[in-house]
Design a protein around this ligand. Structure first.
Ligand code: KG4
Ligand code: ZN
Length: 344
């Protein structure tokens, strides 16, 4: 089985061809960092236009590189949400056109399901159920994954996502965009104990996450003029990880037995985050699984793979009139949590 995957939900335009035996036959990713950098964040209109310009030629290149044509693909999988709606529509409409032209099944993929199943693309031995920490720019959630399409949200952030906190910290410190990798680089040379910072929700009974107060404290530390940039970055990263571990520990306690602790999403490419979670998994006698960094940040191989998993699990393909969804929680039954700016 060969599936073409398309990703366009944020600021990465991506296409990939993946087979059921977990081979990424060909893939391409175009980052829009340079387009958005002058604005210090992703501008939806610019993102949508860039996806529209780049996606079709990219798909042609990926097919050519794999020496296949549309006729050789068994299905077309595209992110249908959640994300910036203009970009999602570009990818989904392109997938619909290809599905129609080639008479192929269309698979409208939840971007979060792409992240959630990406560790199984990287690791054939990863079996359900597992605990999934999904840490990206838009989401910070702990989920119990019992199978394809079977997600129970245990915890979510009541304000900012962890990646968002890294990005805002980078902006406050003037480290540029995208922020996560820049904060990680500067943190490596700083003293993680130099700057006292708060630990929002640390020790609280509910397993939810909160990072907005930490970000505000970073702003105060920067404005005080008392601290070196690297020290603030290192202290932020350390405290953010402390909170992540404390909250995840709490969530694991109430989740029932699972075989592995799995981390996915852009922040999972951070080495300090990975190392800390690996230790937490060991404390709980759990296997630790983290996809390679190229599969953690947004990519189309995870979208193609989610399509393959859905087909193999017996899910039907999607109708050509399916809509793009700006919001699309993995666990629709999960209650909203208290706090402003709640992220599904
Ligand atoms: O999964 P992703 O590529 O896109 C979303 O679906 O959001 O995640 C992007 C997020 C950004 O907030 C970015 O700053 C963060 O992941 N990120 C990192 C690192 N690399 C990417 N955060 C911390 N350390 C990193 N090395
Ligand atoms: Zn993502």
């Amino acid at each position: 089985m060969l599936v073409l995957g398309i990703e366009s939900s944020c600021d990465e335009t991506a296409a990939a061809l993946v087979t059921a035996d977990r081979t990424i036959v060909a893939q391409a990713i175009a980052s829009q960092d340079a387009d958005h950098a002058p604005f210090g964040g992703v501008v939806p209109e610019i993102a949508a236009r860039a996806h529209a310009e780049r996606l079709t030629p990219m798909i042609e290149r990926v097919l050519a590189e794999a020496q296949v044509t549309l006729a050789d693909c068994d299905a077309i999988a595209a992110t249908a949400g959640p994300g910036l709606i203009g970009g999602v529509m570009v990818g989904l409409v392109t997938a619909k056109a290809l599905a129609m032209a080639g008479d192929k099944p269309l698979l409208a993929i939840n971007h979060l399901e792409g992240h959630a199943l990406s560790p199984r693309l990287a690791d054939p031995a990863l079996a359900f159920p597992y605990a999934l920490l999904l840490v990206s720019g838009g989401h910070c959630q702990l989920l119990r994954v019992d199978g394809v399409g079977r997600y129970t949200r245990i915890a979510t952030t009541i304000d900012d996502a962890l990646g968002e906190a890294f990005d805002k910290t980078a902006k406050i410190l003037g480290l540029g965009f995208p922020g996560g990798p820049a904060v990680e680089r500067h943190a490596a040379t700083g003293d993680p104990r130099a700057v006292p910072l708060p630990r929002p929700l640390f020790g609280s009974a509910e397993p939810h996450f909160s990072f907005a107060g930490l970000k505000s404290a970073v702003l105060r530390a920067q404005d005080s003029g008392l601290h070196a940039t690297a020290d603030i970055a290192a202290s932020f990263q350390r405290v953010a990880i402390d909170c992540l571990l404390d909250r995840t520990r709490r969530g694991l306690a109430g989740m029932g037995p699972v075989g592995a602790l799995v981390v996915a999403g852009g922040v999972a490419s951070n080495r300090a985050v990975r190392a800390a979670l690996e230790g937490l998994a060991a404390d709980h006698d759990l296997r630790f699984v983290a996809p390679p960094p190229s599969l953690c940040t947004d990519n189309a191989a995870m979208i193609a793979w989610a399509g393959i998993e859905r087909l193999q699990a017996g899910f039907a393909s999607d109708p050509l009139d399916i809509s793009a969804r700006p919001r699309w929680p993995l666990d629709p039954a999960a209650e909203p949590v208290r706090g402003a700016g709640v992220k599904g």
